[in-house]
Design a protein around this ligand. Structure first.
Ligand code: PHE
Length: 369
């Protein structure tokens, strides 16, 4: 028990008289105004508005007053506590504002300051996807081969069953090196690497050729005169379209995710017979967006499939042009665009980003090796 309070008067406690309440209020207000920061204000709050503050104690005394005196004392103490509470809130607000301004000033970042680390840069995503694709084929026993970008017309067209007057020749608007009759072009596709390989190797042949190709397209969001493809070729005894389909499905799964398949649609290429357009099942919606307007898919435009490339069984005329007997051997070939693959794989909407060489584009792809 605490010691008896000698001046305690249960009828008119001194803590409740007007002068005492006013004094407590003024002391509190002065302390609040003097609080220089939020930390100090916290201490002031405990001292002048906490459970043991003079006004809280005064408030507690009200119950011991004669009923007639309670209302007036209650009003006085209530008003005083209200003022103190109000003063605390507005000082709190002021100090928070001051703190925020100070933090903004103190934490300013000087973007012109020298950077003390060497930027690591980024590998171009075309390089990394090319390596990734090639690795998948290497794991299936394929060789990765290279061919020249400046190519003879014979390798680029004639040997691929596109003679001088072949209508399909205009499908590929060609850059001629020197004059149009020089016979030297910038390759319009990676298919001449098939020819070079078959001319120098005997079956069985399993090869992929990633590389740069050229067509006289204007540079815009969906075209670039310089782009990249990856070509694949398998030639052996008994190669069928089933091998092609199985290989492409495996490739799609490795690159885009388990269970993904490809679809072949009849098409025409002079160097393959039969020929097919190659579609990839949409790796985002896997077809679920088809006919479901409530859940559209941006990756495949709710088609369920994404156009990916071309493929087919190597035309016997091509085998023969390379000295391979089509009665003994057969083969499949395919080719797809790398920029296109990157575009749908990463949601890139403008092809120019891939050719402009701005590191701000490449860095987010990281340093994947
Ligand atoms: N070379 C074709 C193109 O550039 C693609 C392709 C390659 C088609 C191999 C069939 C076989 O469009």
């Amino acid at each position: 028990m605490s010691a008896p309070n000698s001046s305690y008067d249960p009828v008119a406690p001194s803590a409740l008289d007007e002068a005492a309440v006013r004094a407590a209020t003024e002391t509190a207000e002065a302390a609040i105004a003097a609080a220089a920061d939020l930390e100090q204000l916290k201490a002031v709050r405990i001292e002048h508005a906490g459970d043991r503050s003079p006004l809280a104690l005064a408030n507690r005394e009200i119950g011991s007053l004669a009923p007639a005196a309670r209302a007036e004392a209650g009003k006085r103490v209530g008003a005083a506590r209200g003022r103190v509470k109000q003063a605390l809130a507005s000082r709190q607000h002021e100090l928070e504002k001051e703190r925020d301004e100070r933090v903004l000033l103190e934490e300013t970042v000087d973007v012109t300051m020298d950077y003390d680390r060497d930027p690591v840069g980024g590998r171009h995503p075309l390089t990394t996807i090319q390596e990734r694709m090639a690795d998948i084929f290497v794991s299936m026993g394929y060789d990765v081969v290279d061919g020249p970008e400046v190519e003879s017309e014979w390798h680029n067209f004639d040997a691929l069953n596109l003679g001088p007057d072949h209508p399909a020749r205009s499908m590929q608007d060609t850059f001629f090196v020197e004059s149009p009759d020089s016979g030297v072009v910038l390759r319009t596709h990676t298919s001449p690497v098939q020819i070079r390989t078959m001319l120098t190797q005997q079956p069985p042949i399993h090869m992929v050729a990633p590389g740069r190709v050229f067509r006289t397209d204007e540079l815009d969001a969906t075209h670039t005169p310089v782009f990249s493809q990856i070509e694949g070729l398998a030639v052996d005894r008994g190669i069928t379209m089933a091998h092609l389909k199985g290989t492409l499905d495996h490739f799609a799964e490795q690159l885009f995710g388990e269970g993904l398949v490809t679809r072949l649609r009849p098409s025409y290429f002079p160097f393959t017979e039969p020929s097919a357009e190659l579609d990839l099942q949409c790796f985002v919606c896997r077809g679920s967006s088809v006919g479901d307007p409530d859940h559209p898919c941006r990756t495949c435009s709710s088609e369920g499939w994404i156009e990916w490339g071309g493929c087919g069984m190597v035309n016997p005329r091509v085998l023969r042009a390379c000295g391979i007997d089509p009665d003994e051997y057969s083969g499949f070939a395919f080719g797809m665009g790398l920029e296109r693959t990157l575009m749908f794989r990463h949601g890139i909407t403008d092809m120019r980003d891939m050719v402009e060489g701005d590191v701000r584009f490449t860095v987010p792809f990281g340093l994947e090796l």
